[in-house]
Design a protein around this ligand. Structure first.
Ligand code: BES
Ligand code: ZN
Ligand code: ZN
Length: 494
């Protein structure tokens, strides 16, 4: 999939479909927002749209035939409502996402772009991210379901250097997001821990990123009891992966830690059968870290970024850890495993323990950590918890700017005592009420004072089990990648 810029006029551009924008007009039902068409072409389009009862409401899509000197056989009118006027970039992204999703099976699509830079960004992002379909495991992929292979943005005059930069950045980040989506969608038998570690290596091949992988003997030498404990029930051994991007001249250091459970059965505390297949997405945190590193290194951002992937498969077997087992984490903390399904926090504890030793300026972990996240915030909004109000606000602001729904949540101190263990330093489950926060409080005990740390629970948002909407497909969404790139850009700018 490529997104390109061109200065040809909408009418003369050879393409299968032309996307134009419409909005409610003063006194009129519809006005054409897009420029570059002749008055005659514009009035013919408006008349036809009115005749078929087109709606200019935000996100509504109407399809009419081309013709009358317009090369495209199909014109797709995207309703913007008042979004463009009000500067609601997310509404613009979603509206164009809707339009692109109606154009599966068509090779080349042209989009009439506006002069305004922030709108160009929103239109390009929404269009590009919507053009996704996971077909790797279809023996005969249907052509009709394939998203457009080329989208060209038509600008009203010569393409500027700034526009070129924007589109390049969007292409790079969208490629990374689609890689993250692919990894989440890949079936668990095709992506055991070793394969996920290899996918991380492949994702940064040719980039200035150093990859270090801990296999089981190395994890034992490093005393990573959490990753080993969770992984010991599976015949597919666990891994820890470190990705280091350290460009010359970088001053800030960002560390990203991702939960990489390639399949979460729950272990001996086994999950119910319904929807267990979705637990192939329990490595979405690790996949987001892989996507972020690929994007940040490709863009050459001047910031040191370290990625840590805590990878294991959580299986029940005669070698699996049991409820009641006590394991010793990387930092020496002993943990009583009261529920083997609360495994994410165990693998993260080791990786966080290693990450904090480098004292990064900002440490963020990202995980499909709790079902309680969706109970608290719904399936589309991630929870943001932190030991540092400024760091938490910074992450929420980056998410808002990037167009991801994330919301601040507390880490109430009173939840700590429910994690007390009679046998070990701490238990891996606490109060069921506020389960997302309880998991966050567990993780916070592995963060030394003074280390700015933010925890993202993306359990719901990482995997869209309902239908596609806006620019988000069904299945893996690529949640958190855009936010990470944005944070890296902000920190790099100093
Ligand atoms: N991977 C799950 C959380 C999850 C649930 C992610 C639904 C995506 C969708 C996690 O490992 C888990 O099972 N957590 C338990 C914790 C509990 C035992 C304290 C949960 O949320 O039920
Ligand atoms: Zn679990
Ligand atoms: Zn899990």
């Amino acid at each position: 999939m490529t997104l390109t810029l061109a200065a040809t006029t909408p009418a003369s551009t050879a393409c299968e479909a032309l996307i134009v924008a419409i909005a409610p007009g003063r006194g009129k039902a519809i006005v054409l927002v897009s420029q570059g068409l002749t008055d005659a072409q514009s009035s013919r389009i408006i008349e036809t749209l009115e005749a078929v009862g087109a709606s200019a409401k935000s996100g509504d899509i109407t399809r009419i035939p081309g013709g009358d000197g317009i090369k495209a056989a199909l014109i797709v009118a995207v309703g913007l409502g008042d979004a463009a006027k009000q500067g609601d970039e997310e509404a613009v992204r979603r509206a164009y996402g809707n339009a692109i999703r109606t154009l599966s099976g068509r090779a080349k699509v042209a989009v009439v772009a506006p002069k305004d830079e922030s709108q160009l960004r929103a239109i390009a992002t929404g269009s590009r991210l919507a053009a996704y379909e996971f077909t790797s495991f279809k023996s005969k992929p249907s052509k009709a379901a394939q998203p457009p292979s080329s989208i060209v943005l038509l600008v009203p005059r010569a393409v500027s250097a700034a526009e070129r930069r924007i589109v390049n950045e969007i292409n790079v980040t969208a490629d990374a997001i689609n890689l993250t989506r692919d990894l989440v969608n890949t079936p668990p038998n095709a992506l055991p821990p070793v394969a996920l570690a290899k996918a991380a290596t492949d994702a940064v091949a040719g980039l200035p990123v150093k990859v270090t992988i801990w296999d089981v003997p190395a994890l034992k030498r490093a005393r990573c009891g959490g990753i080993l404990g969770v992984g010991q029930g599976s015949s597919n051994p666990p891994r820890l992966v470190k990705l280091e991007y350290s460009p010359r001249g970088a001053t800030a250091h960002l560390s990203l830690v991702g939960k990489g459970i390639t399949f979460d059965t729950g272990g001996i505390s086994i999950k119910p059968a319904a929807n267990m297949d979705e637990m192939k997405g329990d490595m979405a945190g690790a996949a987001a870290v892989i996507g972020a590193l690929q994007s940040i290194a490709t863009l050459g951002l001047k910031i040191k970024v370290t990625g840590w992937l805590a990878i294991a498969e959580n299986m029940p077997s005669s070698t699996a850890q049991r409820p009641g087992d006590v394991i010793t984490m990387f930092d020496g903390t002993t943990v009583e495993v009261l529920n083997t399904d609360a495994e994410g926090r165990l693998v993260l504890a080791d990786a966080l323990g290693m990450a904090v030793k480098e004292k990064p300026d900002l440490l963020i972990d990202v995980a499909t950590l709790t079902g309680a996240q969706s109970v608290a915030l719904g399936r589309r909004t991630s929870g943001v918890m932190s030991n540092d109000d400024d760091a938490r606000d910074q992450v929420c602001a980056a998410a808002a700017a990037a167009g991801e729904d994330m919301w601040p949540m507390p880490l109430p101190e009173d939840l700590r005592s429910a994690l007390d263990s009679a046998t070990a330093d701490i238990a891996n489950i606490g109060d069921r009420m506020g389960g997302m926060l309880s998991a966050g409080v567990f993780l916070s005990t592995f963060i030394p004072a003074g280390q700015p740390w933010v925890h993202l629970d993306i359990a719901g948002p990482a995997f869209n089990d309902k239908g596609a909407y806006g620019y988000l497909p069904k299945g893996g969404t690529g949640a958190a990648v855009r936010t990470f790139v944005r944070i890296a850009q902000t920190l790099a700018a100093g």
